[in-house]
Design a protein around this ligand. Sequence first.
Ligand code: SAM
Length: 399
Amino acid sequence: MIPQDFVKIMSASLGEERAERVIASLDSAPEVSVRVNPFKMSLSALREYFGDIAGDPVPWAEGEAFYLKERVSFTLDPLFHAGAYYVQEASSMYVGALLEKIFERMGRRDSFRVLDLCAAPGGKTTQLLSHLMSVEKGNPRNNSLVANEVMASRVAVLAENVAKWGCGGATVTNSDPSHFKGESFDIMVVDAPCSGEGMFRKDEKARENWSLNNVSLCASRQKRILTDIWDSLVDGGHLIYSTCTFNRYEDEDIVEWICSSLGAKCIEMRHFYPGEDRGEGFFAALMVKQGGGEECISSRKGHKGSSRNLSGLKVFESQFPMADEALSVNLPEGKYPTVELDRDSALRFLARETLSFKEQPTGYLLLTYKGLGLGFVKNLGNRANNLHPMPRRILSLKR
Ligand code: SAM
């Protein structure tokens, strides 16, 4: 059931006819879209991999993403586990276009210190990395990214997705927004926790949990988060504020409040609605901070985007550094003997089954699928210990 108060808010914002169209589309099937990992694969190679089910490009992320004509089992695709692509709701990919606008406004694409404050599971983080880091190894662009997630239960999946992206250049933290005092960033992405109207099509529970009271609680929390973090954005720095909800209380009203109370100018804001744009719906605004505070780094000499001092923050250390190393594109070639797996063996490895590599040298073996690192086994000769981390394993190989 679609909540009646939601219908009222939508009609007030969009007019009755348009609101009806958007709401009617909430009963149609959700879109599926994938975004390529440019550090691991080209877009054309990924399209070829998906073959006939590769569909139209995502219009606002043309160079990196496309829709799929049907949903496939990503869990049973070793290339997904190798980090060759991310399955991401299409409208939220607009963040990449906004980052490009910041580059354009600043006349450069390097020396940015970027914070992704509400980052798990890592959709925006991995897209930011695609735009911030260079496909040439070693991050010659000198950008740095801090990907933060306050919820301890969600930070491991964020770290895993960052590891899968494989390009380096990101630090994962697990801190409350109020703990960022004393840090400074040139760009901040606040993809705020919200009332989740953009989940209405996919998830019946999102409809049940929605209420006016929750909208108002979310709006207060969004203001609190933004207030906590504001001093850490340099003067002249850019803020991307986004939600996956449609109501003005968490969208336009928050942007107005940021501009009038915190001190910013809005450069653009955009709504994506299901039924109008191919996706589940999204809101994003680009703002520039004005007044007081540290100057924008474009006027400062000798800044290195990657030099960081995150003293007050809880940096998340991966529990599985070796598994992460296998996923890194910076792993020196030849460091480990490598064994290319077919799809079936790759899936058995990912499910932590015991494999044997009698013809291979003993010791650590790096296993790859289509040339991309998946993980390690320790080859003992007659059998091999599967070192794929337990929490990352595929639970069932049944379709
Ligand atoms: N940016 C993510 C992505 O693209 O995959 C999605 C982020 S989700 C919309 C919002 C995130 O904010 C959640 O991971 C949630 O745990 C986190 N969050 C919840 N309460 C928060 C708070 N008080 N301060 C900061 N983050 C919070």
